[in-house]
Design a protein around this ligand. Structure first.
Ligand code: URA
Length: 179
């Protein structure tokens, strides 16, 4: 159970994830921030507002997708999650993915990207599509990085526009028959 007292970061609240159980797209961030900790919901602070707005620019609603993080509790002072924290919460993310069975997993930032594709580099690989097991992984910049500069913001928004195309080509991409 995710309420297990042996899991790390017990001093902060559990931010499990939210969205549709039928979601075709599953967004995975790093770990909750202060606002997420207060409201027990993922991506509801400034980065979350950008994420929500960009999801809506595709004609989707936040409720149509699923949103969660690798680490389900806020690290103190928003420090990077430690590898043992990522490891401890791994089984929960794995099960969330298995239950939702999305077509596309969008990783937001390098921690969730490297969780699926160990050797990937964010500036080189963001916006590309990778087939990993039963899923298509599309790494993207973290929205917090997009808020820090217009170049990254433009790349973030451009990469989002590829999602409907990837969804449409899903069967071909999964069968390795992409033209
Ligand atoms: N940053 C993340 O990675 N996740 C959140 O839920 C909020 C900010």
């Amino acid at each position: 159970m995710v309420q297990d007292k042996n899991l790390p970061l017990q001093e902060s609240n559990l931010v499990f994830g939210e969205g549709s159980s039928e979601a075709e797209i599953f967004f995975i961030g790093e770990a909750p921030g202060i606002k997420e900790d207060q409201l027990c919901r993922p991506f509801v602070g400034r980065s979350g507002q950008l994420l929500t707005k960009t999801i809506e620019s595709l004609g989707l609603k936040r409720e149509d997708v699923y949103i969660s993080n690798i680490v389900k509790r806020r690290p103190p002072e928003n420090r990077d999650p430690l590898s043992e924290e990522i490891e401890a919460y791994k089984p929960y993310l794995k099960e969330q993915i298995e239950i939702i069975k999305p077509k596309i997993i969008v990783t937001l930032g390098r921690f969730s990207m490297n969780y699926f594709i160990e050797k990937a580099k964010i500036s080189k690989d963001q916006g590309k599509t990778f087939k990993v097991g039963d899923y298509l992984i599309v790494p993207m910049f973290h929205p917090a990085a997009a808020l820090r500069g217009t170049t990254v913001l433009n790349q973030f928004q451009e990469s989002f526009k590829k999602l409907p195309v990837v969804l449409k080509k899903y069967d071909d991409l999964m069968s390795g028959d992409d033209k």
